[in-house]
Design a protein around this ligand. Structure first.
Ligand SMILES: [Zn+2]
Length: 159
């Protein structure tokens, strides 16, 4: 049995999916959709992506390329820690939403905040903001997230 050493960051790179798009993440990508209850409503944590990032100057969830040795949940939590300072122990995963692009996929990890989240944006985050569910579509959304959001909302966040 050959043991290979996990290579940190080996997911960084472009991939082409079976639908002909170019995506960041050689082994797919994942992001964290963090939800918190506010009185009787929910808010979700969105990231204003820095202009220089892929599909920059749009709003989406913290996330990025999955490394070959990671699960989608691990990738999403690592990226959320890097980009927003989110501590894995402070969130509970509620479900996974798979956007299948024929040979490439983006996994949205839906999670609830168990504690007060202290946000620490890195350079990839121009802004991080808790957004009311009805306000999400008023923002200029990342193209992938724009397609995913209505379905994730209906599946996980409708009351
Ligand atoms: Zn695609």
């Amino acid at each position: 049995m050959l043991h290979t050493v996990p290579v940190q960051g080996d997911g960084n790179g472009w991939a082409r999916c079976g639908l002909g798009h170019r995506h960041w993440g050689r082994f797919g990508a994942a992001g964290l959709l963090l939800v918190r209850p506010v009185t009787v409503e929910f808010q979700v944590l969105l990231q204003h992506r820095a202009v220089w990032t892929s599909d920059g100057d749009t709003w989406g969830v913290p996330g990025g390329a999955r490394d070959s040795h990671e699960t989608s949940v691990q990738a999403a939590l690592r990226e959320a820690a890097e980009e927003a300072g989110i501590v894995a122990d402070d969130v509970e995963v509620a479900g996974l939403w798979h956007d299948d692009h024929d040979g490439w996929e983006y996994v949205t990890v839906v999670a609830s905040a168990l504690a007060e989240i202290i946000l620490e944006p890195n350079a990839e985050s121009a802004d991080l903001r808790w957004v009311e569910l009805d306000e999400v579509e008023n923002l200029h959304l990342h193209s992938g997230f724009a397609k995913t959001w209505p379905r994730v909302r209906e599946t996980y966040l409708s009351r």
